[in-house]
Design a protein around this ligand. Structure first.
Ligand code: F6P
Length: 357
């Protein structure tokens, strides 16, 4: 009997169910006796012993279903070694649930924070295999994460919709794209949506350069401009500040997010009317796109194969189009940023897109 436990942890995304389905179907098809438990609401379920036995029928009809059938939650890694309000030792509790269920392996689907805890559990002696989930595409050790392409499609669709109204009104529109501390989503959606300005956390902007680009477009008779801003975009001056100095500088700010700050500064500098759109969590919602369904299925099969080979302590990741096992201790604690001088940024600049640098 092979017993495995699924955990989906951190922010959700569109292709979690498709990935679990890939693992489950491969195991049901290739191993004689398999029992799969869904650990409910991320690591919280492992800590507090909340789980349910999943059956093959639970994985039917979920390829196209967004969200996660077993729930998720954020359990910060930095608090893993801090007892809960009732004094519970979280790491010990997670190990106890694993032993109680007599699991052979945990299959953990998650992003950066999730991978730190997955690595901790692996170092504590549990068998762990992980799959790279995040709309941000910022997991070190894989060229692609599932969820990213679906989210880029949604952000691109938002920019497309803004295009028609922007053209009618002759305004500056800012679309703020998710992505946490990295700009992969904004770069891809910005190019796919034909944005005129793209602002990324990795390329700190000078607001005067942004304003000049907008003025130039207006002078050329362009009635509108579209700016794709990453939620983590930062100005050149602010990028020089320490975390503490940054917090101090903006402690009384009334701007709800970076898009509002940039919008206000553009109106001050160019006198142009600005409107702001924040698609927010819609970017993580709905069904996975075809690309994500394919890579999730492939990653699921690869994770199942590792389990069948009893090869634990790895994330399945993409090296180009090939799936490779990447040791968890190499993945944990690192971020995959957009390289400032990457080909895509150079190509976008060649097209005339302004990055504000
Ligand atoms: O990591 C995925 C992500 O959607 C980021 O892009 C975003 O910064 C964050 O999660 C939002 O987190 P929450 O859902 O906890 O508000």
């Amino acid at each position: 009997m092979l017993r495995i436990g699924f955990i989906t942890s951190g922010g959700d995304c569109q292709s979690l169910n498709a990935t679990m389905r890939g693992v489950a179907k491969t195991l049901y098809n290739n191993v004689k006796d398999v029992e799969i438990y869904g650990i409910l609401e991320g690591y919280k379920g492992l800590m507090y012993g909340n789980y349910r036995l999943l059956k093959p029928k639970d994985f039917s009809g979920v390829l196209t279903l967004g969200g996660t059938i077993i729930g998720t939650s954020r359990q910060p890694f930095k608090l893993m070694n801090v007892p809960d309000e009732n004094g519970l030792d979280k790491v010990k509790a997670m190990k106890d649930t694993y032993k109680k269920l007599k699991l052979d392996c945990l299959v953990i689907l998650g992003g950066n924070g999730t991978h730190k805890t997955a690595n901790l559990l692996s170092e504590e002696g549990l068998n762990v295999v992980t799959c790279p989930k995040t709309i941000d595409n910022d997991i070190w050790g894989t060229d692609m994460t599932f969820g990213f392409q679906s989210a880029v499609d949604i952000a691109t669709n938002v920019i497309d919709c803004i295009h028609t109204t922007a053209a009618s009104h002759g305004r500056v529109f800012i679309v703020e794209v998710m992505g946490h501390k990295v700009g992969w989503m904004t770069l891809h959606a910005g190019i796919a949506g034909g944005a005129d300005v793209i602002l990324l956390p990795e390329v700190p902007y000078d607001i005067n350069k942004v304003a000049n680009a907008l003025k130039k477009r207006a002078k050329e008779g362009k009635r509108f401009s579209i700016i794709a801003v990453a939620e983590g975009a930062i100005s050149k001056e602010d990028a020089k500040l320490s975390k503490k100095e940054y917090k101090e500088k903006y402690k009384n700010s009334t701007d709800p997010s970076v898009a509002y700050r940039i919008g206000r500064e553009i109106t001050e500098k160019c006198g142009q009317e600005v409107r702001i759109t924040i698609p927010g969590h819609t970017q993580r919602g709905g069904s996975p796109c075809a690309y994500d369904r394919v890579i999730s299925t492939r990653l699921g099969v690869a994770a199942a194969k590792l389990i069948m080979e009893e090869k634990y302590g790895y994330m399945v990741g993409f090296d180009g189009d090939k799936i490779v096992p990447v040791p968890l201790n190499e993945v944990a604690g690192k971020l995959k940023y957009v390289p400032k001088d990457c080909q895509m940024i150079k190509e976008a600049k060649a097209l005339g897109i302004c990055f504000g640098d």
